[in-house]
Unconditional design. Structure first.
Length: 481
């Protein structure tokens, strides 16, 4: 392996994941972390776009992603299986490789802090994935940020159920605990039962968890019988919240501190955090204040001028945690990074104390259950998989569990017949499960502007007002007021 080579990893949470990350960091290589919730086609595309030379695959995923493995070998990539003997002799065994290699330090030049070390593909507004490159410096400063904000001590232990294939899982608190040499309990994949078991058995003091699984945890009938008293701090994000929800979390888990944050992959990821539990409750649904390493601006997207306090504008971020650009995509990089500022594409408002509140997204991204999904990508897949449809539009609607629920509006071709269940069933195998719409509404027309663009804000408003018909099976009964 040479400096700049890309190593892809497709795995559940396990210690070898972090070993691979730091091995890449030492060699000057780049770790391309792949989301195991995607399909074979989606994973294969990311491997090809990144020009990965090595593919590390969890033994538990080898069968599910056999197509990815076969295509990687066809491209003469090295395939290494983690945590078990390979299903075929064409693949290598991770543990066997470690045993036969020298433990001497590699004879390579030490990488620079500005060198890329992590590659994460995010959905783009055009439907094409964009590979965000994060640097050695990004990891370091993100970890230092949480050493400060989480006030970690030698008595702390982290329970990490968040997938390491997300930047929030492999950075943030994971980075902070590694920098301080503190223990981390990795949960293979999240489940309510396993999380409760690990809390009681391992006695962690800190839990990093998204809103949707946190809500499942709180409503579990097993929670009252368990003992979560070891927890002092919970960090969460990815959805709106209420004051009542904060109080419920604190009471049921017996917390000293509850922190909400806002971030994005391109900021590796943390931009803002609520600074205290009292402020989290007092400033309901805020995303907090910029972390100490960041500068932020709230600007009018057209004039690029700072908006008055209380006005809505696009959030800009500058700091050592901001990514270096998109892999092999200079035009997209130039759009996101301008004069050192990261344009987030998110609209916020700032109060008189500098606290930020999330308002909406400039792009057609839908954030559902902590995942970024391109509306365009889903729309294209719906039409591709359902020949009975003349048109389809996807929006994100507020959802108490998922943050946003992917919602589709479909126009059925004259004389054709289909159903919500059929449309969703046809998407399975073509899209990851979390990208499949939670609801499908059938309409006669889609509202459009004079330029022909679909006016999605009207669809959202009419659905909120209840003026859209319930999901229907054919074009005969479909109405949109």
């Amino acid at each position: 392996m040479r400096s700049g080579d890309v190593v892809a990893i497709l795995s559940f949470n396990r210690h070898e994941y972090l070993e691979a990350y730091f091995a890449c960091a030492k060699l000057g290589c780049i770790l391309n972390i792949l989301n195991w919730r995607l399909t074979n086609d989606e994973i294969d595309l990311q491997c090809r776009l990144s020009k990965s030379r090595v593919l590390l695959v969890d033994h538990g995923l080898e069968t599910q992603f056999s197509e990815v493995v076969t295509r990687a070998r066809d491209r003469h990539e090295h395939v290494v299986i983690i945590g078990g003997s390979p299903d075929t002799g064409d693949n290598m065994d991770f543990d066997a490789l470690l045993q036969c290699e020298s433990s001497d330090e590699p004879d390579t030049m030490l990488p620079q802090t500005s060198d890329p070390v992590l590659l994460l593909y995010t959905s783009g507004t055009t439907g094409s994935p964009k590979g965000a490159l994060l640097t050695q410096e990004n990891f370091l400063w993100n970890g230092i940020t949480f050493l400060y904000h989480a006030e970690l001590t030698r008595r702390d232990k982290l329970l990490q159920p968040m997938p390491l294939c997300h930047v929030a899982g492999i950075h943030m608190l994971t980075a902070a605990f590694i920098l301080k040499g503190l223990p981390i309990v990795l949960e293979r994949t999240f489940s309510v039962e396993e999380t409760l078991l690990l809390i009681q058995r391992e006695r962690p003091t800190v839990l990093n968890i998204l809103m949707a699984p946190l809500q499942l945890l709180l409503t579990s009938p097993e929670l009252p019988q368990g003992d979560a008293s070891s927890l002092r701090l919970v960090l969460t994000a990815a959805a709106k919240y209420t004051r009542e929800f904060c109080l419920e979390v604190i009471y049921k888990l017996g917390l000293d501190q509850l922190i909400f944050g806002y971030g994005l992959t391109e900021a590796s990821p943390t931009v803002t955090l609520t600074e205290s539990t009292a402020e989290t409750i007092w400033k309901e649904n805020s995303i907090g204040w910029p972390v100490w390493i960041n500068e932020v601006r709230v600007v009018d997207a057209a004039s690029e001028q700072t908006v008055p306090v209380g006005s809505v504008g696009e959030l800009l971020v500058r700091g050592p945690n901001v990514f270096s650009g998109y892999f092999g995509q200079p035009e997209q990089t130039a759009q996101a990074l301008r004069d050192g500022w990261l344009w987030t594409g998110d609209y916020v408002r700032e109060d008189e104390e500098g606290c930020l509140f999330f308002v909406d997204r400039r792009t057609d991204m839908v954030k559902t259950g902590g995942e970024n999904v391109s509306a365009t990508e889903v729309e294209v897949a719906i039409l591709h998989c359902n020949g009975t449809l003349a048109d389809a539009v996807v929006v994100g609607m507020p959802d108490p569990v998922w943050g946003e629920a992917i919602t589709a509006f479909c126009v059925v071709k004259p004389g054709q017949n289909t159903s919500e269940d059929e449309i969703r069933a046809n998407l399975r195998g073509h899209l990851a499960s979390y990208k499949i719409p939670k609801a499908v509404y059938f309409v006669q027309d889609l509202p459009r502007s004079i330029s022909g663009k679909v006016q999605k804000h009207i669809l959202r408003q009419q659905l909120s007002d209840g003026t859209v018909s319930t999901p229907s099976r054919t074009d005969d009964n479909s109405t949109l007021s």
